[in-house]
Design a protein around this ligand. Structure first.
Ligand code: FAD
Length: 556
């Protein structure tokens, strides 16, 4: 039965955690926002709820931190104690719930769940973030479109309150009544009013405390950025036997055409969710890179690095993730589609929709079992912020140099001194040469050739020349006999010269060389396929994932 009262218990085994200062502290004085001026007196890394309780009870100000990937400056300390949650790292699966310590990273969680055939959907783009941090920011990821933010996936929370007492919350057990919650703690009763503002009607709402008439107490702590307590453990709902995912990279020369496809994918997916049609389009995420992002990737060669062909006039790239049933055979479905069977399964429906909106030739498809290619497509996406970041860093340095006139004067003075010094050196060398004459300097070089790169180059060239001559002379001696024995018969492939072959065989027998790899027929890299509007499939284009051996297809 629901109530508006919650009871906090004393912490189990309270004990003092080790306190760190110096380097251990210095590395935590800023977060991913690079907000300047971070400071703290000390740092603790509690391993248990009892150590967290002791730390918050005895500190005047506490900032709990996860991976400090906050982009708002919320994980930058402004004094007081830093409470690093990274060592609260228990992890287990109970039915369709993961019971997770606040310090487990989302990547660890994702990997653990994958091993147990389960999936936690609201993982944000940065998978190094910790579970506690993602709950405290109500983080959302690319799949939020289908699955929502972190909030609905949190089924239970253990929170250490400011007085060191511990609140264990289960979704559905405590709801606000008449706009208040009552929390009984060992140090007294707290009346907590529900915030009076109205939340905007948008899927991602992370600024400020959650507010809703009759809301669940657990929702007050989700997204509270650590201001109401330290989350030590969470119960997260997970999807068991998760769907497979097919990933498509779709470039457009016309942005409006790309947005039209997004709208079509959204409408088709909503219809599938409403009808439950197993053969419907089921898109979990659509991400986009605009023209400027594409230009950055091309300028830094990132497109080539990941073997992605983005035409020069690309105005928009969509990265689409669509779901297919858990036991779906994507290869077979692709074959069916290629033979003209449309709309009989989810993959066919997706391909038909893409074919309506885009030139297939430019689309790349990573099928569910092509995990490596899928990761590469995501890495390409992640390269965009990296390209931006290094430009921002360069610009910052430039601004700093210009904004600090004294520094700039110092820099100019140093540069002038360097140039003067180089001029002096050149003049001294000229004078010394003139005094000793050409002969003297040549003798000196012969005595110390290692100091004269030009001379070294000439010597090496001469040595190479001599070796080349010797080799040519040997070859000339062998040549007539070899030619006689190995003149190719018409229509026969020419065998290698026996002298060379024997030497190679000996070296191979002694383990000095590897056998020459057998040349194999190259897989066809340009497969015509019926039923695709005449589209020809190229390596790196969307059917390559299944049409031919992958290693040959992915130009890395
Ligand atoms: C490259 C990159 C991509 C990102 N992508 C996304 C994205 O797709 N979606 C998204 O929502 N965000 C994204 N973020 C922002 C950030 O990753 C998330 O907000 C993440 O959830 C923060 O987790 P964290 O462990 O780093 O927490 P921190 O940054 O350490 O802390 C964030 C806040 O939570 C509080 N906090 C941390 N742990 C606890 C705890 N155990 N108990 C109570 N309070 C706590 C801190 O005091 C702070 O106020 C991205 C950041 C980066 C750098």
């Amino acid at each position: 039965m629901s109530t508006h009262r919650a009871v906090a218990r004393p912490a189990r085994e309270p004990s003092a955690p080790a306190v760190h200062t110096g380097d251990a502290l210095a590395t935590h004085l800023t977060d991913a926002s690079r907000f300047p001026g971070g400071q703290a007196t000390s740092l603790v890394r509690p391993k248990t709820e009892g150590e967290v309780a002791h730390a918050v009870q005895h500190a005047e100000r506490v900032l709990p931190i996860g991976a400090q990937s906050s982009l708002t400056g919320a994980a930058t300390p402004t004094g007081g104690l830093l409470l690093d949650t990274a060592e609260l790292n228990t992890l287990r699966l109970e039915g369709d719930e993961a019971v997770v310590g606040a310090g487990v990273s989302l990547l660890e969680l994702e990997t653990f769940l994958a091993e147990h055939d389960a999936y936690y959907p609201p993982i944000p783009t940065y998978t190094g973030a910790l579970v506690g941090g993602s709950i405290s920011t109500n983080a959302a990821g690319a799949a939020t479109w289908k699955y929502g933010t972190t909030r609905p996936w949190v089924q239970g929370l253990t929170v250490v309150l400011a007085d060191g007492s511990v609140l264990e919350l289960r979704r559905g057990e405590v709801h606000a009544a008449d706009g208040v919650f009552v929390i009984e703690t060992p140090s007294g009763e707290l009346r907590v009013p529900v915030p009076g503002y109205t939340m905007p009607d948008v899927p991602k709402r992370s600024a400020g405390y959650h507010a809703e008439p009759g809301m669940d107490l657990i929702d007050l702590f989700i997204g509270a950025e650590g201001t109401l307590g330290v989350v030590t453990e969470a119960r997260l709902k997970v999807v068991t036997h998760p769907p497979q995912v097919v990933t498509c990279l779709v470039p457009f020369a016309d942005e409006a055409a790309g947005l039209k496809l997004v709208a079509a994918l959204r409408d088709a997916s909503r219809a599938t969710w409403a009808s439950g049609d197993p053969a419907g389009v089921d898109v979990r995420a659509v991400e986009s890179m605009d023209r400027r992002s594409v230009e950055l990737l091309q300028a830094d060669g990132e497109d080539e690095k990941y073997g992605v062909e983005l035409p020069r006039d690309t105005a928009l790239v969509l990265l689409v993730q669509a779901e297919l049933p858990h036991d779906f055979d994507a290869d077979e479905a692709l074959g069916r589609y290629a033979e003209g069977e449309r709309g009989v399964d989810g993959l066919g429906a997706l391909l038909a929709l893409l074919e309506e909106h885009v030139d297939f030739d430019a689309v790349e498809l990573a099928l569910p079992d092509d995990r490596a290619r899928r990761e590469q497509l995501f890495e390409l996406r992640e390269a965009v912020p990296s390209c931006v970041n290094h430009r921002v860093r360069d610009a910052q340095r430039d601004v700093e140099r210009r904004a600090d006139p004294q520094g700039r004067r110092r820099h100019d003075r140093a540069l002038r001194a360097l140039r003067r010094h180089a001029r002096d050196l050149r003049a001294r060398v000229r004078r010394a040469r003139a005094r000793r004459g050409d002969l003297g300097s040549r003798l000196r070089r012969q005595r110390a050739p290692q100091r004269d790169p030009a001379l070294l180059r000439r010597r090496r060239a001469r040595a190479r020349g001599a070796a080349g001559l010797r080799a040519r002379a040997g070859a000339a001696r062998r040549l007539p006999a070899q030619r006689a024995r190995h003149r190719a018969q018409p229509g026969q492939a020419r065998a290698p010269a026996p002298a060379l072959r024997r030497r190679r065989d000996c070296r191979h027998a002694r383990g000095q060389t590897r056998p020459r790899p057998q040349r194999q027929a190259r897989p066809r890299r340009d497969l015509p396929l019926g039923g695709l509007g005449g589209a020809r499939l190229r390596p790196g284009s969307w059917f390559s994932a299944s049409a031919a051996p992958r290693a040959a297809d992915v130009p890395l």
